[in-house]
Ligand binder design. Structure first.
Ligand code: AVJ
Length: 322
């Protein structure tokens, strides 16, 4: 049996969030952060190597190519906190460049214990780098890291992979403002944003022919079955990717292919779904090239540098707290 040993506090939070999202009048929703249990994290790692999903490779290429230049623009001494480390693979370039100049602490902040473990394994062997993982939500973890630092130490916060795209635009800016409030003047935020591209390229990245993204999306229902004793029949749902041109975002939905009832006892929930009704599971906002700088200016940062991938429109933005 596959068991996910969630602490009780998390179980009830998960149940409450699921209940809230599924009982919404109008469009039902499930929060995208719950896509990443052990199975979901493994499926996401597979998405990252799909030929159709260029995002992660672009992110990594930019870091590999420009890490030294980025590090040269940072204050010293500086330690690294990463929001949502995932496997930690692309972070290696930054840590290696930094460790050439000083002993460096790396604080991955990640709610997924399996991702945190993978990241510690991936990056644990770099000379002059010490890892201390925080299994916490982003802002709580960042606050804990900031509280623990010495007076003269600066922080570089990594928010890579266009994870900011999961937030609605307003909420994304509010999030940057909250990050800024935890930082000191001169601290840095390296922000990765996926840029707008043609729909012909964008769509298959979220609806790949091998069905990995479909499995990633459907696993959210399987997770609810595993952890909250739900009875979703996954055969009665279809993965759907949509480009929302007005909001400039990709959306993932799960479409109910028939009229059906679902029970989720551990969330105290019974839901009736109509045929063709969808549950909205994720947004991935796409940005214009100048947008990161504009967001920075409105949230207490200045944009000190921007690097754009030539193959897959994606940008790294070095923001400095003012
Ligand atoms: C990890 C949130 C950046 O939105 O592109 C990949 C997650 N969803 N395929 C994204 C994801 C579907 C990914 N982020």
């Amino acid at each position: 049996m596959l068991t996910q040993s969630l602490p009780l506090r998390h179980v009830s939070e998960f149940a409450a969030d699921i209940r809230e999202g599924l009982t919404k009048s109008g469009q039902r929703e499930l929060p995208s952060k719950y896509l990443y249990d052990e199975v979901g994290s493994a499926l996401f790692e597979t998405i990252c190597v799909l030929p159709e999903y260029g995002l992660t490779r672009a992110d990594a290429r930019l870091l590999e190519k420009h890490a030294r230049e980025i590090v040269r623009l940072l204050p010293s001494p500086v330690h690294v906190a990463e929001l949502g480390s995932g496997s930690g693979k692309k972070t290696r370039w930054i840590l290696e460049a930094l460790s050439r100049r000083q002993k460096t602490y790396y604080f991955p902040i990640e709610i997924s214990p399996s991702a945190l473990a993978a990241c510690e394994k991936e990056l644990g062997q770099i000379d002059l780098v010490s890892i201390v993982g925080y299994e916490q939500p982003y802002l709580e973890g960042l606050r804990a890291v900031a509280r623990g630092r010495a007076d003269g130490d600066h922080l570089l916060v990594l928010f890579l992979g266009s994870t900011i795209g999961n937030f609605d635009r307003d909420a994304g800016e509010e999030f940057l403002r909250s990050v800024r409030n935890i930082l000191r003047e001169g601290d840095a935020l390296l922000l990765g944003t996926d840029l707008e591209k043609s729909v012909e390229v964008q769509m298959p990245a979220y609806d790949d022919p091998a069905g990995v993204t479909a499995a990633f999306n459907l696993n959210l229902l399987a997770r609810i079955n595993r952890e909250l004793r739900g009875d979703f029949d996954l055969a009665n749902f279809r993965h759907e990717a949509r480009w929302n041109a007005i909001e400039r975002r990709m959306e993932m939905h799960l479409r109910s292919t028939c009229r059906q009832r679902v029970e989720i006892p551990a969330a105290g929930l019974r839901v009736s779904l109509d045929e063709d009704e969808t549950i909205w599971t994720e947004s991935s906002h796409k940005y214009r090239i100048g947008e990161a700088g504009e967001m920075a200016a409105r949230t207490g940062f200045r944009c000190e540098g921007q690097w754009v991938d030539a193959e897959w429109p994606f940008s790294q933005n070095l923001l400095i707290a003012e």
